[in-house]
Design a protein around this ligand. Structure first.
Ligand SMILES: NC(=O)c1ccc[n+]([C@@H]2O[C@H](COP(=O)([O-])OP(=O)(O)OC[C@H]3O[C@@H](n4cnc5c(N)ncnc54)[C@H](OP(=O)(O)O)[C@@H]3O)[C@@H](O)[C@H]2O)c1
Length: 263
């Protein structure tokens, strides 16, 4: 942050991990711009941050799957003279089930939000970030970028895309002072769907499940340090390291058994 007009823009800021990231940034005296679907939660968070912290905050309700959403957010920032120095692409969703049971439109929506919206936002904001010579981009992927989950094939694919895209982009832009971080959480207790999925895995899921505020603390701290890949949670970190040694055929067969409950 180099000027008092600098802001961190967070997508998916009204709930879950995004909301906690916004709170954590505010705790660190960083101005925030909250982006999510138009909903009361978005403005409640804006009010909460404005009441609790000595930072500037604003919010905009927009559906990031709309083709012109990134342009709308970009124009809003320009009109209000908000300078973005941190861009956090976090809004995303995923469904579990047999591949063919989920409607194609739902998959396309997932790709629109989890991938296309990230690219569109970065495409808009990157030239300015590079020009000013400083800034951070953090893209939320998932532990699934390393561990592809059967019965969540498209979601897993979108998170793998975020991982590879962000690594590549980082090498393009880091010499211009812009660092790209990838956040790869394991299961996080954010919404009811997530809670059901975690419960379906029984006691073993409790070993790796994290609360969103903890994930956000780790994410923000390491993003500000310029860390490239952020894997919150010690146990998750170990799992990611260890699965690399399991042959793919064996690993995938074990995962299919574990996640059959999603069918
Ligand atoms: N939770 C986990 O276990 C977990 C694990 C690994 C990675 N992740 C990733 O972490 C990110 C956040 O997940 P979460 O669990 O915190 O999600 P969440 O609690 O469901 O919150 C999602 C956020 O995205 C917003 N959003 C949804 N659709 C949108 C759209 N079309 N346009 C604009 N905003 C939209 C939501 O706004 P509304 O409330 O208004 O819909 C909400 O603010 C996602 O990318 C997810 O894939 C989650």
């Amino acid at each position: 942050m180099n000027s008092k007009n600098d802001y961190a823009l967070i997508t998916g800021a009204s709930l879950g991990i995004g909301r906690e990231i916004a709170r954590e940034l505010s705790r660190r005296n960083i101005n925030t711009l909250l982006v999510a679907l138009e909903a009361p939660e978005l403005y409640e968070l804006k009010q909460e941050i404005s009441d609790s912290y000595n930072t500037k905050v604003d919010a905009i309700g927009v559906d990031l799957t709309d083709a012109n959403a990134a342009q709308v957010v970009f124009d809003w920032c320009n009109d209000k003279n908000y300078n973005i120095s941190i861009l956090i692409n976090n809004a995303g969703f995923g469904d579990g089930g047999r591949f063919e049971d989920i409607p194609l439109e739902r998959y396309f929506k997932m790709i629109d939000l989890n991938n296309k919206a990230y690219i569109a936002m970065i495409h808009k904001f990157l030239p300015k970030l590079k020009n000013q010579g400083y800034g951070h981009i953090m893209n939320t992927s998932s532990m699934e970028a390393y561990i592809p989950l059967p019965y969540k094939a498209v979601y897993t694919g979108t998170k793998n895309f975020v991982y590879a895209y962000s690594l590549s982009l980082n090498e393009e832009v880091r010499h211009h002072g812009v660092k790209v971080s990838i956040l790869c959480p394991g299961p996080v207790l954010t919404n009811e769907g997530g809670l059901k999925r975690i419960q379906s895995q029984g006691g073993k899921a409790n070993l790796i499940v994290m609360m969103p505020d903890k994930v956000a603390k780790i994410a923000v701290k390491n993003m500000l340090k310029g860390m490239m890949v952020i894997n919150p949670g010690k146990m998750n970190w170990w799992i990611i390291k260890l699965v690399k040694f399991i042959p793919t055929r064996v690993k995938m067969a074990i995962l299919e058994k574990m996640f059959r409950v999603y069918k």
